[in-house]
Design a protein around this ligand. Sequence first.
Ligand SMILES: [Zn+2]
Length: 299
Amino acid sequence: MIKLIMKIIGLIWLCAFLLFGCSDTIPEFSGEKAFDYLEAQCDFGPKNPGSEGHMQCKDYFIDFLNSHGAKVSTQEFPVEIREETFQCTNIIASYYPEKPRRIFIGAHWDTRPWADRDADITKHNTPIIGANDAASGIAVLMELATILQTYEPPVYGIDLLFFDAEDAGSYGANETWCLGSEYFAENYTGKEPEYVVVIDMIGDADLDILIESFSQHSAPELVKKVWDIAKKNDIRTFSLKMTGYIYDDHYAFLEAGYEAIDIIDMEYPYWHTIEDTPDKCSAESLQDVGTVLTHLIYE
Ligand SMILES: [Zn+2]
């Protein structure tokens, strides 16, 4: 009799495992689809504040997010770039806004107004396309949006943050960079996140993501959580080597007391040049970063 009861209990466990175990599967992130979103952004041309591409691409994002199940809101703010004032816009796409526990995942969408690292100095005032430096991070956010529309995460609601005005700064003057994320961190009044993940320049075909130093020193547990996911899934573009302190869109969140990290690969020979075009990027790189974030959201 005891044996029979044990057998029945065993069977119940097996059924429960099959039922709930299977419903826990992590959705598949498509690097190919993300790459299409990277190219779609580049088709608008440069997206520096004040440009036609900037205006049109903002509307494209808002339409895209509205048609992919997000609750979309915007923050408008003026930005002064080299003594001229431009209207800039952060876009916030909230998924499952009723869920109290939240994660912010952000990237910047504006591109640098000047190719001032180009070998050809006659190009130093030409705006860049920014396939890697802008479009790559947003491309991953857009593919995450399509996943979030279909699959509800078990625990967290997600806010995808599209920051403007990241990339019109002067080298060596931190206060001139990352103005959109700074504005966001200072003016946000919604539900607070448990942590913030920023992605930037993650499309390089030769991707090698080292651990950024502000992230490691201020949010070591979150770094460990993310890099452990990469290791578990055999994603080798995430390296355990350290890189320097990079002032990026995560910084304003750290300063405001959030747990925040930056996933970035600064070793990109086409950084702030007119050569930062889609052919330097790859679907595989987007797939790696997107897969790690998908696991973070759904595990
Ligand atoms: Zn940049």
